[in-house]
Design a protein around this ligand. Sequence first.
Ligand SMILES: Cc1ncc(COP(=O)(O)O)c(C=O)c1O
Length: 439
Amino acid sequence: MLSIPTHRALPCAPRLVGPLPGPRARALIERDEAVTSPSYTRGYPLVVERGEGCMLQDVDGNIFLDMTAGIAVTSTGHAHPEVVRVIQEQAARLLHMSGTDFYYAPMVDLAECLAERAPFPENPDGARARVFFSNSGAESIEGALKLARYYTGRTQVVAFLGAFHGRTYGAMSLTGSKAIQRKHFGPLVPGVTHIPYGTHASLDYLESKLFPAVLPPEEVAAIIVEPIQGEGGYIVPEDGFLARIRDICDRHGILMVVDEVQAGMGRTGRLFAVEHWGVLPDVVTLAKGIASGLPLGAILARPHLMTWPPGSHATTFGGNPVACAAASKTLQLLEAGLIDNAYQMGLGLQAGLTQLAGRFNRVSPPRGKGLMVAIDLLDAAGNLDPQLRDRVVDAAFYRGLLLLGCGKAAIRFCPPLVIDNDQIQVALDILTGLCTDLT
Ligand SMILES: Cc1ncc(COP(=O)(O)O)c(C=O)c1O
């Protein structure tokens, strides 16, 4: 297939050459611990040297199978040769000029591609979306929040418990994930109301209790929602949940902002996860997988919403030409087969995890879409067991499998979208071995 490189220098399965962490890894971690912020959350001692597809090599020559994609980022696989080529070519031509003050083609090319694909209604008068480029997910969310307040002239925002939107002040104020992310950082941005995620009961509460009593809908600028909750545990909402948010927004002149930072860019088997439910939002935020690993984010908005005037919102680095070139190539590769691959491989992964759950009562059935899949680890009574989850994630590393947790006791599977059947089977075999030993 065009989009999955066939030449591979690294093996396709884990290969550990010595006890972990090796001497080079230990030395680098020691240096890191002396100079970097203690706020980072490294779970296991992985010191990466290079990557290719779904495989990573550490500084001691150990080979790992990566089911994390660097937190759902390297959508086309680590160092996809075509992405690397366009990055190199663009870097040699122009590294930076700032799209805020000047024009260059890679930014317009990408904006056109995104606007053509935006999950918005057709616009007979021109482009289907306007695009603002940022550098990260949090920055995309900040901009979307500002845009919603600016356009509606309203101050209040509804967000969801369990949501993660980033760590800058606006994004942190919308985030409803873990108390540690807020503790001692207040005061936060005012005007945010959190309600439970994913259920009709929660939207009943919003409409029948909050709107009439404490949150006049005429003061709500936006409802900001992840189509599948990411850091919160890869939670798929109830059917009709997103459509009902659309309806509430329509009835009250509220903007529906869909945060596709983690679920977007093909990961769920559709370019945008919201497409699974056929809902057309007003604003979409993107980052993570958009540029295969280069820092880039984007806000897509229905064209009539971007009324903010010159100078009202901008950023020096957003829309960097190298990142934009990488993103255009990423989109091309996604559409040339990787979105389909995410869908197909996701089915295989979920089938394998369903079997695992059938064999081990400490493992929940899987949930998710495409290659955005999670299982929960459970105690003997069937309750969520965060300690067991941490032990499984840790032990997987020592067998060459890279996993990440999310939610309270979930393991998420968000590999590069180039993963193949053999690699999925390797991951399932390692997990089966771990479940046999640990549960
Ligand atoms: C849904 C969602 N939105 C926003 C963010 C923030 O992105 P960033 O870490 O690039 O600021 C994340 C990060 O995990 C995310 O998952």
